[in-house]
Design a protein around this ligand. Structure first.
Ligand code: PXG
Length: 428
C-alpha cells in the first residue's frame, strides 16, 4: 500500500466503499466527514454530479485515443481552459497522469530548454529541504524528505543541491499566513550560484507553500527574492503547484496568490477534482518557443506518456474547471480561509500542540512527539478520528494536516474541529 504502515493497517483496515459530497461511506456503513478533501484532490466534494456526468458521457463516446502524432478534442479543450486561468505569459501545457510525472516532465523541459538555447552546460537542479515533489527519480532527488530518499541514496540523480527549508519552529511557531521571519533564507540560492556559478544551474523547484511536509507557508518576500535571483542568473523557476493550484489558496494558482510568476508550473490533483488521475505542466511561451526549431518533421520534445491527454481524464478536467467557475468556488475558498484559521488556532494552547500554521485552505497542527515514539501520536489521532469520531484527517508523523473542501460549510468545519478536539483530549 502507498505510504502506509502495511502490517498495522492489516490488523484493522480502514476501507471506504462510497462517497458523496463532503462524506465518505465505509464498508460497515458509517459516514465520515472528509477533512482532507480526498488527498488534496477533491476540493469540490466527492462525486460532483456534473463531473460524473461528463465522465460517463466521455467514456461512452471516445474512451481512449492515441496521443502520439494525433490527439483528441477534449485534451485541447482542457489545455485552452487551463491556459485561460494561468498567470500572464503562460501559453502551453503538457498533460501527465500524476504530480510525480508532472515534476519529472518539468525538470526534463527545463534541461531541454537550456540545451535548445545553446546552454547545455546548465544541468544543475536546485530543490529545497522539506520539499516534496513526488516519488519518481527526478522529483525524489530534488525533494527534501529524508525518509523518502534514504533507501535510494546512491541512486538519486546527480547534480542536485538543496536550499534550506524556511521552517524553523523557534522563529515561526504559531504564524498565521506567511511568517515575517525567514526571507534571508532565499540567499541560499545566491550562495549556490556563487559556488557552482549560476551559469551552470538549470532550474530551481519549490512548492509555493510546502504541503506534504507539514504546511510551511513561505516567509514574506521569500518567493519574490527567489524570482529575482533566478532572473539575475538566467535560471528557470519552477513552482510545484500540485497542491496550491485550483483554489487551495482562493486563486487559480499560488503564483497569482503570491503575485510571483515562475517559468514552469506543475499541477495535478485539483485539475480533475481527483476523479480521474491527471496532471499538467504549464510553460511560458519563451520556454515552448525554444523547442520549436529544426526540421518541422522532427519531434521537439522526446517525452510523453501513453495516457497523456487521456480523453476521459480531460473530460473530467473540463467539467471540473467549469464547475470552479460556475459555482464561484475560488471565492468560496477565499471566504473560508479566516474561519478555518480561527478554528485551527483554537488549538494553539492545547498541551499536546507545539505549532499551528495555515494559509488559504491549508492548515497543520503539529503535536509534540511521544518520547521515544515519533509519529505514534499522529497515527493514533488518525485512527481515533476514523473509528470514533467519523472524521478523516491526514497525519504526516505527528503533524496533523487539513485540507478542507473549497466549498465546505463553516458549521461542518466547526463540528469537525470539535470532534478533533475530543480525540486529542482523549489520547495519551
Ligand atoms: N508535488 C507536490 C507538491 C505534491 O504535493 C506530488 C508532487 C506528487 O503527486 P502524485 O500525484 O504523484 O502523488 C505531490 C503529492 C500529504 C500528501 O500527505 C501529499 C501528496 C501525496 C501524498 C501525501 O500531504 N502530494
Amino acid at each position: 500500500m502507498p505510504f502506509t504502515a502495511n502490517r498495522d493497517f492489516k490488523k484493522h483496515p480502514r476501507i471506504m466503499s462510497g462517497a458523496s459530497g463532503h462524506h465518505y461511506t465505509t464498508e460497515d456503513g458509517r459516514r465520515l466527514y472528509d477533512l482532507f478533501s480526498g488527498l488534496w484532490t477533491s476540493g469540490l466534494g466527492h462525486c460532483h454530479p456534473k463531473i460524473v456526468e461528463a465522465v460517463q458521457k466521455q467514456v461512452a463516446t471516445l474512451d481512449y485515443s492515441i496521443g502520439f502524432q494525433a490527439s483528441n478534442n477534449r485534451a485541447f479543450e482542457l489545455a485552452e481552459r487551463v491556459i485561460d486561468m494561468a498567470p500572464e505569459g503562460f501559453t502551453q501545457c503538457f498533460f501527465t497522469n500524476s504530480g510525480s510525472e508532472s515534476v519529472d516532465t518539468a525538470l526534463k523541459i527545463a534541461l531541454g530548454y537550456h540545451r535548445a538555447h545553446g546552454e547545455g552546460n546548465r544541468t544543475r537542479l536546485i530543490g529545497r529541504e522539506r520539499g516534496y515533489h513526488g516519488v519518481n527519480f527526478g522529483g525524489m532527488s530534488v525533494g527534501g524528505m529524508a525518509p523518502n530518499r534514504k533507501a535510494f541514496s546512491a541512486n538519486l540523480i546527480p547534480g542536485v543541491d538543496h536550499i534550506r527549508t524556511t521552517f524553523d519552529l523557534e522563529n515561526t511557531a504559531f504564524s498565521k499566513g506567511q511568517p515575517g521571519w525567514g526571507v534571508h533564507l532565499a540567499e541560499d540560492l545566491e550562495k549556490l550560484c556563487a559556488l557552482h556559478d549560476g551559469s551552470n544551474i538549470a532550474a530551481v523547484i519549490v512548492e509555493p507553500v510546502a504541503g506534504s511536509t507539514g504546511i510551511l507557508p513561505p516567509p514574506k518576500g521569500y518567493l519574490e527574492r527567489l524570482r529575482e535571483i533566478c532572473d539575475t542568473h538566467g535560471i528557470l523557476l519552477i513552482f510545484d503547484e500540485v497542491i496550491t493550484a485550483f483554489g487551495r489558496l482562493g486563486e487559480p494558482f499560488g503564483a497569482k496568490y503570491f503575485d510571483v510568476t515562475p517559468d514552469i508550473i506543475t499541477t495535478a490533483k485539483g485539475l480533475t477534482n481527483g476523479v480521474i488521475p491527471m496532471g499538467a505542466v504549464l510553460v511560458r511561451e519563451s520556454v515552448f518557443d525554444a523547442f520549436m526549431q529544426g526540421p518541422e518533421t522532427m519531434i521537439e520534445l522526446f517525452h510523453g506518456y501513453t495516457y497523456s491527454g487521456h480523453p476521459v481524464a480531460a473530460a473530467a478536467g473540463v467539467a471540473t474547471l467549469e464547475v470552479y467557475e460556475e459555482e464561484g468556488t475560488f471565492d468560496q475558498a477565499k471566504s473560508l480561509a479566516k474561519p478555518f484559521e480561527d478554528l485551527l488556532h483554537g488549538f494553539a494552547q492545547h498541551d499536546k500542540v507545539v505549532d499551528v500554521r495555515n494559509i488559504g485552505l491549508m492548515g497543520a497542527i503539529e503535536l509534540a512527539p511521544r518520547p521515544g515514539a515519533p509519529g505514534a501520536r499522529g497515527l493514533e489521532m488518525h485512527k481515533k478520528c476514523f473509528w470514533e469520531e467519523d472524521l478523516v484527517i491526514r497525519n504526516g508523523m505527528d503533524i496533523l494536516q487539513f485540507s478542507p473542501f473549497l466549498n465546505a460549510d463553516v458549521t461542518d468545519l466547526e463540528d469537525a474541529f470539535q470532534r478533533l478536539r475530543r480525540a486529542l483530549d482523549s489520547i495519551e
